[in-house]
Design a binder for this molecule. Sequence first.
Ligand code: GRF
Length: 200
Amino acid sequence: MRIGILISGRGSNMTALVDAVKTGVIPDSEVVVVMSDQPMAAGLEKARERGVETVIVERRGRKRAEHDAEIVKELKKRDVELVCLAGYMRLLSAEFVNAFEGRIVNIHPSLLPDFPGLDAQRQAFDAGVKVTGCTVHFVDEMLDHGPVILQKEVEIFDHDTADSLAARILEQEHKLYVDAVRKLVENKDKFFMAELRQTA
Ligand code: GRF
């Protein structure tokens, strides 16, 4: 599977995926490009250190449709088959979603449909729930929405702070994203033919 990863920042989920591909934990795959809408994203250097090509398509001052069209062009140029959003902070246009129909996935630090949007770990913490977690899901045009691929629960302890909780969720995110992409790669006929046609 030819994988393209989109980031906007730190890139820890991206490096988890790149490393899993390199070690064969995600089989028969290559991360062919890491793209960022933020030129200063810390993840870009981490991708380069791992020998992965990086492309910056700056978001600043551009309409979503124009920005997305350029990203799609770069992904298609490299024959990307699966797009992984990993802390990518811009909602995708319908044109982008349609260009890779059923082939875009995202990771989110809550048990969706609970706590979509920014700061999901803090949202869960402030809501006082006892269990939250993370979700890998197919992407549509709505924020943190689309068919769920895998979820992992994370317990919230009495001694937790929003930060300690976020750190524990992040550890699980890295494992879950690798598991989900491996599942897609190993079952690609099933996922990329049938299930992808459904909507959440
Ligand atoms: C992660 O918590 C991810 O779930 C969310 O944004 C954060 C990105 O972190 N979508 P990183 O850039 O992967 O370290």
